[in-house]
Design a protein around this ligand. Structure first.
Ligand SMILES: O=C1O[C@H](COP(=O)(O)O)[C@@H](O)[C@H](O)[C@H]1O
Length: 243
């Protein structure tokens, strides 16, 4: 078995990971103070089952939809209805069953290119937060969901790329990352992703053994830089853990 990050719960399979994540999301939303709950969603294929579960009977009645404001940790610079878009993935997973007020979904702007989109998304986040600087005592997000790409990226922070080192901006353009063919992306940066009341990594499947092993071997992957005001937790299924 691969030595796993601190804060790991090993789950039986992808379904168990999604169910535990749904319970954690509801717990974080219910325990949030004030009338707004901010949740930052991850993309890719892993969290799709979680989002579909939230909109399904047994969960949909328990999620405090009217209080939750949904944000994205990263996206590709493609139209929101493109098959590569995280917006499309979340919309499809929520379907019509999730009663999300339209003003509570903040999509990453994708129509003006990576640079301009990053600036616009940063403005949206700062306006929502109500300040130009992150207060270490007041997290931007109640919950940040993240994944781990098979090549070691998280959000769209790719190992060794400039966005990983960004500490002033909350959002960064990712014009290239060494994956070919690469679609430009926009990503939250380490300080924004680390401003959370809770952070949860979801990692499933045999394809994640390699990046988990690289992490265990001490490689400087972007996830190493992510912090939280509260706990950083990992839900990893047995297959990814090498069990
Ligand atoms: O490209 C992306 O990949 C990572 C990992 O996705 P996964 O489906 O392999 O778990 C994801 O966290 C990120 O948001 C997404 O844009």
């Amino acid at each position: 078995m691969i030595p796993l990050p601190p804060g790991t719960d090993v789950m039986a399979d992808a379904e168990a990971t999604a169910r535990a994540a749904a319970e954690h999301l509801i717990e974080m939303a219910e325990s949030a103070e004030g009338d707004r709950v901010a949740i930052c969603l991850s993309g890719g294929s892993t969290p799709k089952r979680l989002y579909a579960l939230l909109a399904s009977p047994g969960f949909v009645e328990r999620v405090p939809w009217s209080r939750i404001h949904w944000f994205f940790g990263d996206d590709r610079v493609v139209p929101w209805d493109d098959a590569l878009s995280n917006v499309r993935m979340v919309r499809e997973a929520f379907g019509h069953a999730a009663p999300v007020p339209s003003t509570h979904l903040s999509f990453i702007p994708s129509d003006a290119g990576a640079e301009a989109g990053a600036r616009r998304y940063e403005r949206m986040l700062r306006d929502f937060y109500g300040a130009e600087r992150l207060d270490p005592n007041r997290p931007l997000f109640d919950l940040v969901l993240l994944g781990l790409g098979s090549d070691g990226h998280t959000a769209s922070l790719f190992p060794g790329k400039p966005a990983v080192a960004e500490r002033d901006s909350w959002v960064a353009p990712v014009p290239e990352a060494g994956m070919e063919p690469f679609v430009p992306r926009i990503t939250l940066t380490v300080p924004a992703l680390s401003s959370s009341r809770s952070t949860l990594f979801l990692v499933n499947g045999a394809g994640k053994r390699e990046p988990l092993q690289r992490l265990a071997d001490g490689e400087d992957l972007p996830v190493r830089h992510i912090r939280s005001n509260g706990r950083v937790r990992w839900f990893i299924d047995r297959e990814a853990a090498g069990l």
